[in-house]
Write a protein that binds this ligand. Structure first.
Ligand code: CNA
Length: 358
């Protein structure tokens, strides 16, 4: 497909948006954030799954599996500290989302990403649906006590503290950010919002996703036949493979296409100005974060974990973990419909785990 055809397709989509007062709904994956330096999952060589050797995981997805986390939270905590909101800057594509909001033609942003970059770019809460959760809140995997993002961050960076950067609850068990792991329920907001939006999607822009994680992968296929759909991704994925007559597929970098779409909409300068502003704000935020990190003192942040709780935990851990795993699993199984999957059945995942004798 030639560059000219891409340009023509983008121009035609932009014209429809402007002339017909269409609103745009985005469906996003890790590929919209790779330009900021965050690796995706599955890109060969650079993806997270190809770079987990340091953790000695039994299999790549274990890092996002609840049973494995309860036995060994360290790999996820290392990754969480890296991906925690604040470390990375938004991309041009994230800024384009904000521009759609400012111009009054953003319908919604459905994102699988957990990096918070839509928010950092300034997109308002009401427009964002974080289908796979976020770091905004966290809970103890056993007693379900709730923790704020800041509390968990403080614990993560407290390497010299008694828990060596692994966030512990006051009950002695681990705290997990509300990132949806394989086998866990997706946020109810996803289903409520999707029920409200699905019939009204005029334009669907799907970007930077392999569309392999369910049920999210199905969303773009559920929009009405009249919807104009565009996929921006290095490869053709999901039901774009079979495709609809009016689909546009552009195999290119998300930021390149964000710039082209902005230009076709007449927003070239607006996008440039916004990118500059967003990056400046992010720079200031990052400096504040760095200062906090430098100032953290051992055990400053784990006061609520009493010495008593530590002793009890050390004595009772194996037995307690099993009992609580069961309790938390029962709670989950009541909530869990439908669950996050990457095409593997929960039996397959359970089978892998049982072979590990966890
Ligand atoms: P994925 O399965 O890794 O697929 C990413 C897709 O994007 C692939 O098809 C790539 O070819 C494509 N791609 C990568 N970079 C670009 C680019 N610059 N321009 C265009 N295309 C590109 O990731 P998915 O998002 O599909 O999988 C869903 C998982 C990934 C969710 O559960 C996320 O939580 C999880 N994840 C999120 C992040 C993040 O928050 N930034 C990072 C890594 C993984």
């Amino acid at each position: 497909m030639t560059e000219d055809l891409h340009d023509r397709q983008i121009r035609s989509l932009a014209e429809s948006i402007l002339l017909k007062n269409y609103k745009v709904t985005f469906f996003l994956g890790a590929g919209v954030s790779t330009a900021s330096g965050i690796p995706d999952f599955r890109s060969p060589g650079t993806g997270i799954y190809d770079n987990l050797a340091q953790f000695n995981l039994p299999y790549a997805e274990a890092i996002f599996t609840l049973d494995y986390f309860k036995q060994n939270p360290e790999p996820f905590c290392v990754l969480a500290e890296e991906l925690y909101p604040g470390n990375y800057r938004p991309t041009v594509f994230h800024c384009l989302l904000k521009l759609f909001e400012d111009k009054g033609i953003l319908q919604r942003v459905y994102t699988q990403n957990i990096d918070n970059l839509e928010r950092v770019a300034g997109v308002s809460d009401e427009f964002i649906v974080e289908a796979h959760g976020s770091f905004a809140e966290a809970h103890c995997v056993s007693c379900r006590k709730s923790y704020t993002s800041q509390e968990v961050w403080n614990k993560l960076i407290d390497k010299a503290g008694s828990h060596k950067g692994i966030p512990h609850c006051s009950c002695g068990n681990y705290i997990k950010p509300d990132i949806v792991f394989f086998g866990e329920a997706l946020p109810q907001r996803l289903f409520n919002q999707w029920d409200e939006d699905v019939e009204d999607v005029d334009v669907a822009i799907v970007a930077g996703t392999s569309l392999t994680v369910y049920p999210f992968a199905l969303l773009p296929s559920e929009v009405p036949r009249r919807t104009r759909r565009m996929l921006v991704n290095y490869e053709k994925v999901g039901d774009f493979v079979k495709g609809r007559r009016t689909d546009i597929f552009i195999s290119a970098d998300c930021d390149t296409i964000a710039n082209k779409l902005a230009a076709a909409l007449g927003w070239e300068q607006d996008l440039k100005d916004l990118v500059e502003k967003v990056l400046e704000t992010h720079k200031e935020y990052k400096q504040k974060r760095k200062k906090e990190q430098d100032e953290v003192k051992p055990d400053d942040v784990t006061k609520e974990t009493t010495k008593e709780a530590d002793k009890t935990e050390a004595k009772q851990k194996p037995k307690q973990d099993k009992a609580e795993t069961k309790q938390a699993d029962e709670t989950n199984s009541k909530l869990d419909k439908p669950e996050l999957t990457d095409g593997k059945s929960s039996e397959e995942i359970e089978d892998k785990l049982s072979k590990l004798n966890l």
